[in-house]
Ligand binder design. Sequence first.
Ligand code: HEM
Length: 191
Amino acid sequence: MAADVSAAEQRLFSFVGGAIGAWSVVEIRPVRGPVLADVARLEVVQETSPAMPGGEGWVLKGVTSNIRYATTIEQGELRSLQAGLGRSEATCAALIPIRKTSAWWDLPQDERRAIFEEQSRHTRIGLRYLPPVARRLHHCRDLGTAEPFDFLTWFEFAPDYAGAFDDLLAELRATTEWSFVEREVEVRLSR
Ligand code: HEM
C-alpha cells in the first residue's frame, strides 16, 4: 500500500503561481472561460501539499497517467521524435490548463478517440512540432478532488520557436475537439 502512495506522489505535479518560482510569467492570456489571477512567477513542484502562495496566487494540480488515445504506431512515432523537458535552450514554456464539457465526458471512449484523432488530427498535427516542443500532459480528474480544470498541459521550447508554437495552438483550436473545450487559459513563461 505504501508503495502505491509513493508511486502516485511521483506522478503528481503542482503548478504554483505566485511571487516566487523558477519561471517568470510573461503573460496570462484568457482563451475561453474565466482567466487565472495575474501572478509574477510560477514554480513546478512535486509535493502533495505545496505551501499556498499569498495574495491572488493559485495552485493547480495534476497527475501524469496512462495513454488514452494513442495507437501503437502513434506511440512509436511520438517516442522516436519527442524531446525531454529541461533542455537548456528551452527557456520558454507554456502552461495551458483546459476543461472539457460534460458532453465530451459523456461520450464513449471510441467516439472520443474518433473526434480526437480521426476528425481533429491532434497527434498528427502535434507530431509536426516535435522535437522543438517538449511536452507533458497532466490529468486532474484522476485526483478525486474538485479541480477547476481537467488537464494541465505543459510545453517547453526555445524562444525562436515561439511563433511556431502559436501556429500549433491556432491549428488545434480550429479543430472539432476544441469545440468541447469550455475553459482554457494560456500562461506563457520564460526562465
Ligand atoms: C506539441 C505537440 C503535441 C503533441 C505531439 C500532442 C500529442 C498528444 C497526444 C498523443 C495525446 C493523447 C495522449 C493519450 O493517448 O492519452 C494528447 C492529449 C492532449 N493534448 Fe496534446 N499534443 C501536442 C500539443 C498540444 C497542445 C499545444 C495542447 C493545448 C493547447 C494539447 C492539449 C492536449 C490535451 C488537453 C490532451 C488530453 C485530451 C483528452 O484526453 O481529452 N496538446 N496530445
